[in-house]
Design a protein around this ligand. Structure first.
Ligand SMILES: Nc1ncnc2c1ncn2[C@@H]1O[C@H](COP(=O)(O)OP(=O)(O)O)[C@@H](O)[C@H]1O
Ligand SMILES: [Mg+2]
Length: 282
């Protein structure tokens, strides 16, 4: 087929890791962490990272906002190589990268609204703009009525909603989520995944989501990277929710069910969903 001359729009990846590594040495003298690895996530994608405990998922995620500095390689977020930025420029770039965590990381001596406002306060944004964003984001996560409550009074799901509002308030391009539902029960997990999917659709925020639960990634992700021993060993398109049969991931699911490693013992953790049958039928 002849090529037309009309230019194909080239979208700059929201996140690009080029040959990044971050090595730690474990007590046995083995190299762990992240071995040289690369990843490109297009703007607007929800990209899952799955792997067993210790595979390097959290380290990889923390490389994206330079909470971990890579030993080598480039970390490019919206076209900007973060490893080359001055400290003030890096602070600026980080305002557009939100992060949420398994244990929410809220400050318990502040109200919900003060928690959501905090990152914008720290970056010196005008009070009127902070008020407007806090109200909009609490409304988005359905917690306007809890603005003046302290987090200790909230359920786990509500706390994670506050954390999502806090991450979204500065209007990030990118949201990093490290096991965001692993401390929540199954129904609350579904609610939370709905909030994240909404944020992706309504604000176009690119989401990089780490989880050891395939069900979480399958429900939310467009593509998934599989990590083993500090490297991405497989990348799959799962937008239709199916796991290809011959894949490494399909093999795992057949062996272990939906949760990689079964490492977490949280009593209220969602039960692993057994996708083995589903992937065998795909
Ligand atoms: N700050 C650190 N110091 C030493 N070792 C670390 C550090 N952070 C992570 N590691 C090691 O790197 C490996 C990957 O850790 P991590 O990225 O937390 O994996 P995951 O999130 O997949 O469970 C593990 O062996 C872990 O012990
Ligand atoms: Mg982790």
């Amino acid at each position: 087929m002849p090529r037309t001359s009309s230019p194909t729009p080239v979208s700059v990846p929201a996140i690009e890791l080029r040959g990044v590594s971050r090595r730690f040495t474990d007590p046995g003298g083995q190299n762990v962490g992240v071995q040289p690895t690369s990843l490109a996530v297009p703007a607007g994608e929800i990209h899952g990272i799955i792997g067993f405990s210790g595979a390097g998922k959290s380290t990889l995620l923390r490389l994206v906002n330079l909470l971990e500095r890579p030993d080598a390689g480039e970390v490019i977020v919206h076209g900007q190589d973060l490893t080359r930025l001055s400290a003030p420029a890096l602070r600026q770039a980080r305002h557009r990268i939100g992060m949420i965590f398994q244990h929410f990381n809220l400050l318990h001596n502040l109200t919900v609204a003060e928690n959501v406002a905090l990152p914008m306060r720290l970056s010196g944004e005008p009070a009127a703009r902070i008020r407007e964003r806090v109200a909009a984001c609490l409304d988005f996560v359905g917690l306007s009525a809890k603005a003046d409550v302290h987090p200790g009074r909230l359920s786990g799901g509500q706390k994670q909603r506050v954390a999502i509002a806090r991450a979204l308030a500065p209007e990030p391009h990118v949201l990093l989520a490290d096991e965001p539902t692993s401390a929540l029960d199954p129904r609350t997990t579904l609610d939370l995944l709905g909030v994240l999917a909404d944020a992706n659709r309504r604000f176009g925020v690119t989401i990089l989501l780490v989880s050891h639960e395939m069900e979480v990634i399958r429900r939310l992700g467009h593509r998934v990277s599989v990590m083993e021993a500090g490297q991405i060993v497989e990348q799959l398109d799962i937008a239709d929710g199916r796991i290809p049969e011959g894949s490494r991931l399909g093999g795992w699911l057949a062996e272990f069910g939906g949760a990689a490693g079964g490492a977490s013992s949280a009593p209220d953790e969602p039960a692993p969903h057994h996708l083995a049958q589903e992937s065998a039928n795909a």
